[in-house]
Design a protein around this ligand. Structure first.
Ligand code: FAD
Length: 480
């Protein structure tokens, strides 16, 4: 029998697939006791919720990267699948572990599983230690003067700013003590996280490197080349002024505190406005979790119940055309095709395609939220739901419903030369910049010259934006 002080500690990795700035791991390593790193693939109906197909691709590669990093420091990653309670019980009995460490998660199913587990394990005499690390600040920490959760972003941001710097990141452990013997592990290939027939993720690896090393490289490159013009450049999808850290943050390959601290002391080449604006975006992520934590139904129910009576009249066929990027509005189509090809979409374009689905096609925002959840590599239960409700006008501190994006003027403003459209809608690549966002207004000669045959090589608009706008406003005004 292992003496208690030498009993292993199970470190349960969840949305924290990193060694650096990982308090659950660091404290286990410091104890000098054997450490058993574990990842549990929880059933879809529990844990962190149904895993979208694009994020499943990411998870597969991220777990391989984590396993390799753990090997480098003399350890291992044990993979198991099933309900966390049953998996942990069997691991504890196999290994005589007497402690479990994890970093807290804040999605409602995760919170309820962890609360029940903590109680059950503690009752059975185990030590359970949970740590922060997924957010800049715990969602319970910031409260309004009246003691209630925030519902409006700006005061939330002010409170977050006033609460001081997030804790300094802790370094990755350089070695871990192994248990006397390793418990059995699943083979990751058996989890079938990768798409096969067809392999629609074939091009993901051209633009993404899942794992902690990829996250740190992405951060370094953003600090070097992107943040300098962040405030202005972040709205232009053809530029590379945004960090593209969201999928890494989503599975915790890097901590938001680590990202925040990397923006300190950048010197005169980067203005304070650029840094603050970037931190404000990181704070939107915290705000989204704050909302989800205090309103667990964020992904399924209108925050503002007034929208429950909204008449969604858009058809399945229109939804299908939107998912395929065949709406006849180039900026919308470019975004939807970027999503399919690389599992991502620029933030400005996310707002445009979301507005188009909800307000031009009159399709319930929840349909869009589901599609994004399945196709985004950064799919996040808080940011996705909060952002869709923000665009729909039904969310906390949302854009008003009547702010309906015009897909033509948005394209002209934020993709003035049409470079983004040309990249993802190649059949329009030869079109003059004057018409690239409205091919349906181009003279026949310009279309001929560019080899565009509307209704054949590229679709005619599936709705007339001006008429659709009026219909949306009428539907909105008919709400009580
Ligand atoms: P940067 O501009 O470099 O921002 C840095 C980080 O701040 C991001 O990585 C992200 O973690 C956070 N952030 C930035 N903007 C937002 C925002 N509006 N809300 C919350 N966090 C933000 N983001 C997701 O991470 N997952 C999602 O599932 C998701 N779904 C969205 C759905 C819609 C309809 C919209 C309009 C936005 C959605 N966003 C989502 C927010 C935002 O579009 C992405 O976080 C951003 O595009 C990621 O690119 P980046 O890493 O280059 O961002």
């Amino acid at each position: 029998m292992t003496s208690l002080s030498r009993s292993p500690i199970i470190v349960w990795f969840r949305k924290d697939l990193r060694l650096r700035d990982n308090l659950a791991l660091a404290t286990a390593a410091e104890s000098g006791r054997p450490v058993i790193p574990v990842y549990i693939l929880e059933p879809a109906s529990t844990g962190t919720g149904p895993l979208g197909a694009a994020q499943a691709w990411w998870l597969h590669h991220s777990l391989l990267a984590l396993a390799a990093s753990l090997k480098d420091i003399g350890s291992n990653l044990v993979l198991r699948s099933g309900p966390a309670e049953a998996v942990l019980a069997s691991l504890i009995s196999d290994t005589n572990a007497n402690a479990v460490h994890w970093n807290r998660r804040y999605d409602p199913p995760g919170v309820s599983i962890d609360t029940a587990l903590k109680e059950a394990l503690t009752t059975n005499g185990l030590t359970v230690r949970s740590f922060s690390g997924q957010l800049l600040h715990e969602p319970t920490r910031l409260r309004t003067g009246g003691g209630t959760p925030y519902r409006v972003y700006t005061p939330f941001w002010r409170a977050l700013e006033a609460s001081g710097k997030p804790p300094e990141p802790v370094p990755a452990p350089t070695s871990l003590t192994c248990p006397a013997s390793w418990p059995g592990s699943d083979n990751i290939e058996d989890w079938k996280l990768l798409p096969t027939h067809p392999n629609w993720a074939a091009e993901f690896a051209d633009v993404w490197q899942p794992g902690e090393a990829g996250a740190q490289e992405r951060l370094a490159s953003f600090i070097e080349n992107g943040i300098g013009d962040y405030r202005h450049g972040r709205d232009f999808p053809a530029r590379s002024n945004t960090s593209r850290l969201s999928p890494h943050l989503s599975l915790g390959e890097i901590s938001p505190a680590d990202v925040w601290h990397a923006t300190r002391g950048l010197g005169a080449s980067v203005s304070a406005e650029d840094v603050i604006h970037f931190r404000k975006e990181l704070a939107w992520r915290d705000f989204s979790y704050h909302l989800l934590f205090h309103f667990p139904e964020l992904a399924t129910k209108n925050w503002n119940p007034r929208f429950d009576a909204f008449s969604w009249s858009g058809s399945q066929d229109l939804f299908h055309r939107w998912t395929q990027g065949r709406t006849g509005y180039p900026i919308v189509d470019a975004g939807m095709r970027e999503l399919w090809r690389y599992g991502t979409m620029h933030n400005r374009v996310r707002m445009i395609v979301a507005s188009f689905l909800i307000k031009d096609l009159l399709i319930d925002w929840r349909e869009g939220e589901r599609w994004f959840r399945d196709t985004l590599v950064d799919a996040d239960p808080a940011s996705n739901a909060a952002s869709w409700q923000w665009v729909a006008g039904s969310g906390a501190d949302a854009a008003p419903f009547f702010r309906i994006f015009n897909p033509i003027t948005q394209g002209e403003k934020f993709d003035p030369d049409g470079d983004y459209v040309r990249q993802f809608v190649p059949e329009l690549a030869g079109l003059d910049a004057r018409y690239i966002h409205k091919p349906f207004e181009a003279p026949q000669a310009a279309l001929n010259e560019a080899g565009v045959r509307l209704g054949d090589t590229y679709p005619l608009p599936i709705v007339d934006h001006r008429k659709a706008r009026s219909m949306a406003m009428a539907a909105y005004q008919s709400l009580e």
